[in-house]
Structures are given as structure tokens and as C-alpha cells.
Write a protein that binds this ligand. Structure first.
Ligand code: SF4
Length: 216
């Protein structure tokens, strides 16, 4: 039992490298780092000082603290979480993020064959992932790895969504039942389910897989 921690580390790294090989085949760049702290440093190393940076809502990014560093540093963070912004101003910032130099986000799932699967309510996050910013950096905890796109969909609809809804106190069916009931609520936040199967431009998307659980 004394080397079980070491063996678990080996397993996580081996698993991550299988996914990285798949992501590379899909024309994305990918790295493995062991900790959230290393992930933050790797993200920062990829963003030139002075860059205009947009982001998608993400617990993972909050956990690694990268936005705080960007706020304090010499970057132009398109920050829609500043206090006292009106809904219209937030919407303008969402649009401005599509023109950022760099867009940061996590992913709801990454498959063993190197696909990124994400849900979105408004669509700004997946829009930037698909097109706009010339550089997109995705931070994914090891917990986001799933076998395939069907497992990704199951994870998102029957695990991520119920927890997210309950965490925010949203009166949605999944927050009560723990599974998706394909609701028509105006608060529904899974209006778009987007799979990135391949990138048109090599190295536009960089995925950093972290050997820790991050986000949901
Ligand atoms: S469709 Fe409705 S019930 Fe299903 S995951 Fe989305 S918000 Fe929840």
C-alpha cells in the first residue's frame, strides 16, 4: 500500500498522455501538469503581457487563481464579473471576448479520442471556442476525461448540470431529480451542446490537463 499514491500519479499521467496524443491528432496542442499551481503558471506562460484576455465561466479557472493574477497584472482582462455591471454591459463584454487575443476556459468533458464537449446557456463560451480569438487555452482537471462523446453527454446532463443548477439555487428539474429532464425552462443553461472534433488551425486550441480534480 505504501506506493499506491505513486502508482495513482503514474496512472493519471498515463491516462492524460493517451488523451494528449488524441488531442494532437485532432490538431490541438496539449500538455500535462500535475497541479493547479503548475497549470496557472503554464497558462500565464502562454499569454503575452499586454494581451486582451476573455474568459468563459469556469470553476476550474477560479480554483487555479489565474484570473486574479491577470487582474493584478499588465493584461487587459475582459472582466464581466466586475461589480455593478448592468446586464447590457455584461452582454457587451461577452461580445468583446470574441475579439480577444486569448480566450480562457475549462471544458465540461474531454474524450479519450481527443474531443472537447461543452454546454452553454447563452452561447458566448462555445462561440469563442469555435471561432474568434486566435488563441484558446482550455484547463481540464483529470476528472473531465471520459471514454467517448456519449459518456460526455451523460456526464454533462446527469452530473454537471444538476450540481451546477443546485449550486446556483436554480429552480430547474435537474436540481431536484439529479438528472436531465430536457426542460423548457427560461433558465435552462444547456441550450447548446458543442463538440470540437478537430481544429482547423494547428495550435489555436491548447489543452492543459491537470492531474487533480478541478471544477465539476
Ligand atoms: S435541459 Fe433542463 S433539466 Fe436538463 S440539464 Fe438542462 S437545465 Fe437541467
Amino acid at each position: 500500500m505504501d506506493n499506491v499514491i505513486e502508482i495513482k500519479e503514474w496512472y493519471k499521467e498515463t491516462l492524460a498522455h493517451r488523451v494528449i496524443d488524441s488531442l494532437e491528432k485532432n490538431n490541438m496542442t496539449a500538455f500535462y501538469v500535475k497541479t493547479g499551481e503548475e497549470a496557472r503558471e503554464r497558462v500565464l506562460s502562454l499569454i503575452p503581457v499586454g494581451s486582451k484576455v476573455g474568459y468563459g465561466g469556469s470553476l476550474s479557472l477560479d480554483q487555479i487563481g489565474v484570473k486574479d493574477v491577470l487582474r493584478a497584472g499588465n493584461y487587459h482582462l475582459i472582466d464581466r464579473h466586475k461589480p455593478q455591471l448592468t446586464p447590457e454591459q455584461k452582454d457587451d463584454l461577452r461580445k468583446e471576448s470574441l475579439l480577444a487575443d486569448v480566450f480562457l476556459m475549462s471544458t465540461n468533458a474531454v474524450t479519450m479520442d481527443g474531443k472537447l464537449v461543452n454546454i452553454d446557456g447563452i452561447g458566448n463560451r462555445v462561440a469563442a471556442l469555435i471561432f474568434g480569438p486566435p488563441k484558446v487555452i482550455v484547463v481540464a482537471g483529470i476528472n473531465k476525461i471520459v471514454p467517448d462523446t456519449e459518456a460526455a453527454r451523460q456526464r454533462i446532463k446527469n452530473y454537471v448540470a444538476p450540481i451546477h443548477a443546485r449550486r446556483l439555487g436554480l429552480p430547474l428539474p435537474c436540481a431536484e431529480t439529479g438528472k436531465c429532464l430536457d426542460c423548457r425552462s427560461p433558465l435552462r443553461f444547456c441550450n447548446a451542446v458543442v463538440t470540437i472534433e478537430h481544429q482547423y488551425q494547428k495550435d489555436r486550441i491548447t489543452v492543459i490537463i491537470v492531474g487533480e480534480d478541478l471544477g465539476l
